[in-house]
Write a protein of this length. Structure first.
Ligand SMILES: [Zn+2]
Length: 251
């Protein structure tokens, strides 16, 4: 397995620090979390010379789009438009740094009513079809991530996740921790068009983002996985998870 980590753990560091850390510790991938200081609209105004650092390392770069306060499923057209605009900006930034793929979330509806949830789902799919078409046109993979097992979230089970992937024409990012909160973890590993994985663990109920091996996620499911981004908020725990994958010969 090619192993990498989410820059969540190194929040506020520079691109060069991300890449240098990854390279020093022998990682082959990183995923840049485009929130706050890494907001795509701001990154797009950086000069080419500021982005040249990405050519200096032999590390494959993946991008997590901004999702905080955005929602492709929103019943409010203004929020959907802004979400699409920011997804397109994320694609444009990805092209500039030669990223391999962009991951985003399918959104949510905070109403316990199936009728309203379905309506939101149509909006989400419409928004994500447009984003996927834009990404395809620019030549980058667009990927939708599965969410924890909560009613409000879309793609909170493998069947709905596969439905979104098919409808949107996109790829799938499988988050092992999110999958582990459902009662059918294995189905996620059989899905079609998986771009890569987010690796983290939990107790099977909450999205705790524990290091691998510290929850009840079955690590054997990772056999055959070719690209995994360890997504935890502490760098020492990333190293711990990576060492466990290597020592137990997984992937
Ligand atoms: Zn995510």
């Amino acid at each position: 397995m090619k192993i990498g980590f989410s820059t969540l753990a190194l929040f506020m560091s520079s691109f060069e620090q991300f890449l240098e850390t990854a390279s020093k510790d022998g990682f082959q991938l990183i995923e840049i979390l485009c929130e706050g200081p890494y907001w795509p609209r701001n990154l797009l105004s950086l000069e080419k010379v500021d982005l040249d650092v990405f050519n200096s390392y032999d590390i494959d770069v993946y991008i997590h789009s901004p999702t905080i306060d955005l929602n492709p499923a929103s019943l409010n057209p203004g929020i959907r438009e802004e979400t699409l605009k920011q997804l397109k900006e994320t694609v444009d930034f990805g092209i500039k740094i030669n990223a391999k793929a962009i991951t985003t979330h399918p959104g949510l509806i905070h109403r316990f009513e199936e009728r309203v949830r379905k309506y939101g789902m149509q909006h989400s799919i419409e928004t994500l079809i447009k984003a996927n078409d834009y990404a395809m046109g620019r030549g980058i993979k667009f990927s939708i991530e599965n969410m924890p097992n909560k009613y409000a979230y879309f793609c909170n089970n493998a069947e709905e996740h596969q439905f979104f992937i098919k409808e949107c024409g996109s790829y799938a990012t499988i988050d092992t921790g999110h999958a582990n909160t459902t009662n059918d973890v294995e189905s996620f590993f059989k899905m079609k068009k998986i771009a890569y994985y987010h690796l983290n663990d939990n107790n099977g109920e909450k999205d705790q983002h524990l290091p691998l091996g510290e929850g009840n996620f079955d690590l054997k499911l990772l056999n055959g996985v070719d690209k995994g981004i360890i997504e935890l908020n502490s760098y020492p725990n990333i190293l711990k998870s990576r060492d466990l994958l290597i020592s137990s010969n997984i992937g």
